[in-house]
Write a protein that binds this ligand. Structure first.
Ligand code: TXA
Ligand code: MG
Length: 344
């Protein structure tokens, strides 16, 4: 029998490969190992959520602080219900509307969920992902999977198998390649554990879509409008999701305007990796200009890939064109703000 090479990447693009990969991933997970799996949002670092020793390995591999709880991934409403103590009507409606998909519901935890998954807290985040591979693995395991994004703590989330291999390849036995993540940013995290629903982390499923299901007044104020209590959700830390370069977010009207703004701050254009969606600089003197379409879904799908590329090329300065201030861009604006958090 073949041994497991550290960081082995396996493909899933034919039915045979898919089936073999499900079996291999499920066997490792059943024996308490940690593996990287594709989801539609970002790649996850998965372990048996009911096995505290396996989950402890996730914290160790990521260098994740022990106070940061991990999302539990399920493949049915019933499996979700087993992880929580209450299943309010709002959860039922949201699950009907958005599951499987990029929405995590935070609910009072059931006694079955180990302390280490919830970081000792009274709630658990539950998500039914839509990616067929992770669904098949959860079904084969018949237990839920604890899975944070498959990156070292505080760094960029991976949106393909190569991103995982570069950052964690030496630490895990298996990376399953399920293609480029189709959503591209992490799930919306919605707290339903007390009072009106509250967005802890915005995402592609945004305020207006949630309100359409919850009804008027169904959402508490957004993060930013009110100071979140400390560590209520550690993903709300000011600096997070960050590439290694310095990140600036700017508006500009023309390439001359951009160049003069950079000059005013003593940056030279040659060191700038510009990521633009509307005002595209055409001059040659920027280090690189990346263009992502002015469309929130397409932008979300592409942005981490561009930021990873900047990391790989050891970029010193990334200049991001500010994104619109509308609800569909909220999740993206949130990640860009956190990526640039040490700017001041
Ligand atoms: O799209 C996603 O959510 C990806 C994929 C793999 O599913 N996962 C992900 O996990 O982004 P992670 O651990 O990188 O981010 C989860 C966020 C963290 O900010 C964590 O603090 C928060 O969700 N979270 C998890 N459980 C929570 C809970 N019980 N209460 C409050 N926040 C919670
Ligand atoms: Mg993460």
């Amino acid at each position: 029998m073949k041994g497991n090479h550290i960081g082995e990447i396996i493909s899933t693009h034919t039915p045979e490969l898919f089936k073999a990969a499900v079996e291999k991933a499920a066997a490792l997970l059943k024996s308490g190992k940690v593996v990287a799996l594709p989801t539609e949002t970002v790649y996850g670092l998965a372990a048996n959520a009911m096995d505290p020793i396996a989950v402890a390995k996730i914290y160790e591999i990521k260098g994740r602080p022990a106070h940061n709880p991990i999302i539990v991934h399920v493949c049915s409403r019933e499996m979700a219900a087993r992880c929580v103590r209450e299943w309010p009507e709002a959860a039922e409606r949201l699950a009907l509307a958005f599951w499987p998909g990029p929405l995590t519901l935070v609910l009072p935890r059931s006694a079955l969920v180990p302390d280490i998954v919830t970081a000792g807290g009274p709630t658990v985040g539950v998500r039914w992902p839509s990616h067929p591979f992770i669904q098949a693995v959860i079904a084969a395991c018949d237990f839920p999977l604890a899975a944070p994004s498959a990156n070292p703590s505080n760094e960029l989330s991976p949106t393909n198998a190569q991103h995982v291999a570069q950052k964690l390849g030496s630490k895990i036995p298996l990376i399953v390649d399920g293609g480029q993540s189709q959503i591209g940013i992490e799930s919306t995290v919605l707290d339903l554990s007390s009072g009106p629903a509250r967005i802890l982390r915005p995402g592609i499923i945004h305020e207006e879509s949630l309100l359409a299901v919850l009804g008027p007044g169904g959402l508490a104020r957004m993060p930013g409008e009110t100071a979140p209590s400390p560590l209520r959700s550690p993903g709300l830390l000011r600096k997070h999701y960050a590439p290694k370069a310095r990140v600036l977010i700017r508006n500009w009207t023309s390439e001359e305007d951009l160049a003069s703004q950079l000059a005013a701050e003593s940056f030279s254009p040659e060191e700038a990796y510009v990521i633009a969606h509307t005002h595209i600089p055409l001059r040659q003197d920027f280090c690189r200009v990346c263009v992502i379409p002015h469309d929130a879904e397409a932008y979300a799908r592409a942005i981490y890939n561009e930021l990873h590329r900047c990391d790989e090329e050891a970029a010193k300065l990334i200049v991001l064109e500010k994104v619109p201030d509308t609800s569909e861009w909220q999740g993206i604006a949130d990640r860009l703000k956190r990526a640039s958090a040490d700017e001041e």
